[in-house]
Design a binder for this molecule. Structure first.
Ligand code: F3S
Length: 642
């Protein structure tokens, strides 16, 4: 029986376990990336492991999230990351050099390699044929130290693309169609592997748009084969020697198979407030637009920007629409500038932001109250734009640009527009904003600088034999990491300051939670299905740890967040019977006993609700390794103790 492409890469990197769906496997990690919002924690954790130099083939620290500076905090974080990177053998991509996933694709992604990144959209690298996975900072720190990354062997879902996209329909519409088909839960426990005749006309940035938003399917990763299109891209980036051909065997067996005929797709939008609430633009009616944001790690390539510039050329943006452009990298911005396309964007009235995440995390360009924002981004959760009551629609660059001109959500095929882009044969290569670390023998010469914004990490105690505490919070289904630990310009500068951040934990859900938790000294959270979906931010686990949360008992968990809870030493437990969720209320006194014995025995794990005098069966479903991590109080204690 032949192997899928994913199985081939896993087989080459397998350090423990067997490739049987659902079984825990350990993977050797070739490359790591961090971004600054998660990076400070990842490097504090790496330092706590006392390993002088990273052991990966390549590790890189990008600065792209908290680039706006209204005080010393972000600057402190950048300085800390720059010095820690220099000392420990990590490349440092300076603020202004671009968004991690776009730059990584351009300069570092290699087909067949494994990449672990402390950002949930790390699977973008799958566009170039990498097995690229998003994880919490601690997992990335362990990988930098040479440790394996553990996941459950995923199901492999094959999405076959046939035919060819019509004009004005693009890669964004493909992934929106996949989201419509599979939903935000459809990729859980799976890796999506693309194949088919339709791939021949999809460039690497287009493939990367698709793998990027695979994160919104809940998928562990997404991947495309490495073919002539990949070779051409690497050649244009001056990296042809990094190329090799990679594809699945013709008799590979998949868990599921879907086919999408590209000819049948039309421009689409993910409507508020979920990326899988997808509808054809033609069915949306007249929706007035207040803001259009073009960029983010999903759609900020040179080709995306050139398309928008071509649509804007010689025209003026609608007077009631505010448009931002965030090019994905310095390479993209430089080439836009040299080609004259930047002038077309500026002349039309767009506001040019720096090459960074910016509006995607509510930084510097929030929509008006109750406003409609049309974005080429990947997430439209409530509040993520920085405006709690805004409605965000996710669309392609073509639809975004057409709508910016008309002032309402517009199907670009209905306008008499011209799309003329010349993608160059070679990209402009200038890596001067990527700084090298010192050589290993100069390690002692570098001092890691820690400004006052860099606060120590909270670290869990070893697991107690029994836990008796109150329910400090009860939440419903689909709680995102944005609900747990909101982003936004007022909060993001404190990503390395957990005590300050804790004041904002769950504040859109229950503003009194953090004070109540601090006062209680220990407690439980009760949650619905898909708890912790969304970004990889481990702050959504570290802050509850700081607030004395000992266990989260949910109907189900999102993959990365479940790992992050285990990594910091918080128990993620699920109800054996989902209806038992209803039986526990805020303030109920709960007890878990015999944890040292019963954590590994799924039949014995019982929650006693003392307030209601009832026993509720739970599921842990922990691997032996996870049980050991939980017992010693988290992955950091576990790694240090080995
Ligand atoms: Fe940045 Fe938004 Fe992507 S925060 S990494 S542009 S999802």
């Amino acid at each position: 029986m032949g192997l899928t492409l994913v199985e081939k890469i896993i087989k080459n990197h397998l350090v423990s376990g067997e490739m049987k769906i659902g079984q825990e496997i350990g993977l050797r990690i070739d490359q790591t990336l961090t971004q600054d919002a998660t990076g400070t924690m990842a490097y504090l954790e790496f330092e706590a492991m006392d390993i002088p130099r990273v052991k990966t083939e390549l590790s890189i620290a990008y600065i792209d999230h908290n680039t706006l500076q209204s005080g010393f905090e972000n600057a402190d974080d950048h300085q800390y990351i720059q010095t820690v990177a220099k000392k420990h053998g990590i490349l440092y991509s300076r603020p202004g050099n671009g968004i991690c996933h776009q730059v990584h694709l351009e300069r570092f992604g290699i087909p067949g390699k494994t990449l672990l990144g402390s950002d949930s959209h790390t699977p973008t690298g799958g566009g170039i044929g990498m097995l690229a996975i998003g994880a919490g900072g601690l997992d990335v720190a362990v990988a930098m130290g040479g440790g394996a990354y553990h996941i459950q062997m995923p199901r492999i879902i094959n999405v076959e693309l046939t035919g060819e996209l019509s004009s004005w329909v693009s890669a964004k519409d493909i992934i929106l169609e996949v989201l419509r088909l599979l939903t935000v839960k459809g990729g859980v426990g799976a890796i999506i592997e693309y194949s088919g005749s339709g791939l021949a006309n999809l460039s690497i940035p287009e493939r990367a748009t698709i793998t990027n938003m695979g994160a919104e399917l809940g998928a562990t990763s997404s991947i495309f084969p490495s073919d002539e299109v990949t070779q051409k891209f690497l050649k244009a980036q001056g990296r042809e020697s990094d190329w090799k051909a990679l594809s699945a065997d013709t008799d590979a067996v998949y868990s599921q198979k879907h086919t999408i005929d590209l000819n049948k797709l039309t421009p689409m939008a993910a409507c508020p407030h979920s990326p899988d609430n997808v509808h054809p633009i033609s069915e949306l009616g007249n929706i007035k637009v207040d803001q259009v944001c073009i960029g983010s790690c999903t759609n900020s390539s040179l080709a995306d920007m050139l398309k928008v510039a071509s649509i804007f050329k010689g025209k003026t943006i609608h007077p009631e629409v505010s448009v931002s452009i965030s090019p994905g990298s310095k390479q993209v911005l430089t080439m836009l500038s040299k080609s004259g396309a930047l002038t077309d964007l500026i002349s039309a009235g767009a506001r040019i932001l720096e090459c960074a995440c910016g509006p995607c995390i509510g930084m510097g360009f929030s929509p008006i109250s109750k406003g409609v924002s049309l974005r080429t981004f990947n997430r439209n959760f409530e509040g993520r734009s920085g405006t709690a009551d805004a409605s965000v629609y996710l669309v392609s660059p073509e639809t975004a640009a057409a709508s910016a001109l008309t002032g309402y959500i517009t199907n670009p095929t209905t306008l008499d527009l011209e799309l003329k882009i010349d993608t160059p044969e070679f990209f402009d290569i200038d890596d001067s904003m990527i700084l090298n670390p010192v050589s290993a023998d100069k390690y002692d010469e570098v001092t890691v600088l820690r400004g006052p914004n860099i606060k120590p990490l909270p670290i869990a105690e070893p697991l107690a034999e029994s836990l008796k505490a109150k329910v400090l919070l009860k939440v419903g289904d689909n709680i995102t990491t944005d609900h747990i630990m909101p982003a936004g310009a007022k909060i993001l500068p404190y990503r390395s300051n957990i005590p300050h951040l804790s004041k904002f934990c769950f504040n859109q859900v229950d503003p009194e939670f953090s004070q109540r938790a601090l006062e209680a000294g220990k407690g439980f959270i009760i949650a619905g299905a898909n708890y912790g979906q969304g970004s990889s931010r481990e702050h959504a686990a570290l802050v509850p740890l700081y607030l004395n949360i000992k266990a989260v008992i949910a109907i189900s968990f999102a993959r990365i967040h479940r790992s992050n809870l285990i990594n910091v030493g918080i128990l993620p437990l699920t109800f054996e019977n989902p209806d038992d969720y209803q039986k526990n209320e805020l303030g109920d006194l709960l007890e878990l006993s015999n944890l040292d014995k019963d954590l590994g025995n799924k039949d014995n794990l019982v929650l006693v609700n003392q307030t209601k005098s009832i026993s509720i069966p739970l599921k842990g479903q922990f691997s032996d390794r996870e049980i050991e991590i939980l017992k010693v109080g988290g992955l950091l204690n576990y790694t240090k103790g080995k």
